[in-house]
Design a protein around this ligand. Structure first.
Ligand SMILES: C[S@@+](CC[C@H](N)C(=O)[O-])C[C@H]1O[C@@H](n2cnc3c(N)ncnc32)[C@H](O)[C@@H]1O
Length: 291
């Protein structure tokens, strides 16, 4: 295992030994240490995501302009809200997160960089605790499952669902069914791969499928929780709740690829018996649900 991955894994396990509050604070502090270096990369990666969202919405006749968008999982920066507002001309973007990761200084820096890179004038709302533009609202320390989201036209998430326990995904979507008007849309971008493989190139993107649930729970921590759900399992949750799956795309590694070779070397745990290789390897899932 490369030093960086080993360090990260040891660090997360050490943080878990602290009280929940202390662990969260230290995690937050350490993540912030690496913030500035990553800003340009984060902006360009979110811009790429926004281009995917544009393609998906255009293909399905979903309008962003003048719509109210709700984001699940704000993360560290309001990047997708800015793209929805400044590129998509959404009327309002409301972002929710269980944690409170935004920081004034980081958002100021983002405002500066975003406005330079995309030639946009960012008019900051005086009312907000953070220097966010008018029309962008942030609800930290809020579980979207317990919050009213009446009136949203589109619910959006990026790299969130894979970190949510399956039963919570069900509960969340049961609630969306109740709160949203028929005809509203939910767009999820899901990364179902083993995230350890992004920093440890020797690992297969499906390496974690070798483990039983108990073994995997020894490897992961609450800071890098991954539910390991496979594509058909996500689809079953949404079908059971009577959602209309209006669009679905995902990566299918070719049999000549290095990813496929690494995958075929794995001995998978029996929990993953009965799925096809394509179902097990489905990556970068983009999903549109209609209420
Ligand atoms: C991996 S981060 C992704 C953040 C961001 N969307 C991005 O693309 O960088 C996942 C975030 O989802 C948040 N989250 C998970 N479940 C949630 C829930 N039920 N309500 C609100 N936020 C949630 C977590 O707190 C975490 O900050």
């Amino acid at each position: 295992m490369p030093l960086k991955s080993k360090f990260k894994s040891h660090l997360f396990h050490a943080l878990e030994l602290l009280s929940r509050n202390q662990g969260d604070n230290l995690y937050h502090f350490l993540q912030n240490l690496f913030f500035e270096k990553d800003l340009d990369h984060k902006i360009s990666s979110s811009f790429n995501t926004y281009k995917i969202v544009e393609q998906v919405t255009e293909k399905n006749g979903i309008k962003i302009q003048d719509k109210v968008i709700v984001e699940i999982g704000s993360g560290w920066l309001p990047l997708m809200p800015y793209f929805f507002k400044y590129m998509g001309k959404a009327s309002q973007v409301i972002s929710y997160d269980l944690n409170k990761h935004y920081q004034k200084k980081n958002i100021k820096k983002l405002n500066q960089t975003f406005s330079q890179n995309f030639d946009k004038l960012i008019k900051v709302s005086e009312k907000s605790e953070f220097p966010l533009p008018e029309g962008v609202a942030y609800f930290p320390k809020t579980d979207i499952t317990n919050h009213d989201i009446f009136g949203a036209d589109i619910i959006f998430s990026r790299f969130v669902l894979e970190h949510v326990e399956p039963e919570m995904i069900r509960e969340m979507h049961l609630k969306f069914k109740k709160d949203l008007n028929p005809g509203s849309y939910i767009i999820h971008l899901i990364s179902p791969s083993d995230h350890r493989a992004y920093s440890d190139k020797k690992l297969s993107l499906q390496d974690f499928l070798r483990f039983s649930k108990e073994e995997w729970n020894q490897v992961q921590t609450r800071f890098d929780y991954h539910n390991r759900l496979r594509l058909p399992q996500y689809l079953d949750i949404f079908k059971d709740l009577n959602y209309d799956i209006v669009d679905l795309t995902y990566d299918k590694p070719s049999v000549d690829s290095e990813n496929y070779r690494k995958f075929k070397k794995l001995t998978l745990h029996e929990d993953f018996d009965g799925y096809t290789d394509e179902e097990l390897m489905a990556g970068s899932i983009n999903l549109v649900l209609k209420v």
